[in-house]
Ligand binder design. Structure first.
Ligand SMILES: [Zn+2]
Length: 191
């Protein structure tokens, strides 16, 4: 099965663009991400009940959480990159803007199936990793910090999930192509 086209085939037209570098889109995505984070954290805090927030304060815990988030941010993009590389063997691009970190494969047009795999790879991998950490750790504060990392991960996947939702709702034709430059994804459909 073909995963991509080097050139946009004849008979295709641009159907939709989402550009996270666009100020309005960037802000909207970040607000949606924050809503997801809060929505995930509230039940965790209610279930885990870590107790007095000041008692649980330890500088090393915050430092570890912050370090984990930085490493996660890089790994999230690398997992997108690994999926794109395995599926297309093409040149990747990585970077970040004020509002997003990104990985793209800017020179080609990727078919729906391969595109969805690359989009969802970090979501699947890290939801399992952080979910297991929350489930397996015993100390309520460690659990809570991992839940915070999980919540930030789920919120941070908002762009990937939005693209996936577009594939599931508007662009269900397997012939749909996507050009992903990193911050910007453009959907192309066959007329
Ligand atoms: Zn992503």
């Amino acid at each position: 099965m073909k995963h991509f086209e080097a050139e946009l085939p004849a008979g295709y037209r641009e159907a939709f663009t989402i550009d996270a570098a666009n100020k309005k889109t960037g802000v909207t995505l970040n607000v949606a991400a924050a809503v997801i984070m809060v929505a995930v954290m509230i039940p965790f805090i209610l279930i885990i009940r870590p107790g007095n927030i000041l008692e649980g304060f330890s500088f090393s815990r915050y430092l570890i959480t912050f370090g984990t988030l930085l490493v996660y941010l890089v790994l999230h993009e690398l997992v997108h990159g690994a999926a794109y590389k395995l599926l297309t063997r093409q040149k990747l691009t990585f970077g970040f803007t004020a509002t997003v970190a990104y990985c793209g494969v800017p020179n080609i047009y990727v078919y729906r199936r391969a595109s969805m795999i690359a989009l969802l790879a970090p979501f699947c991998v890290f939801t399992v990793v952080f979910g297991l950490a929350v489930a397996l750790l015993q100390n309520p504060w460690d659990k809570t910090f991992c839940a915070a990392v999980l919540a930030i991960h789920l919120g941070g996947c908002i762009g990937d999930l939005y693209d996936t939702w577009l594939y599931l709702s508007r662009f269900r034709d397997p012939a749909t192509l996507m050009r992903d430059t990193g911050p910007k994804q453009t959907f192309y459909v066959k007329d």
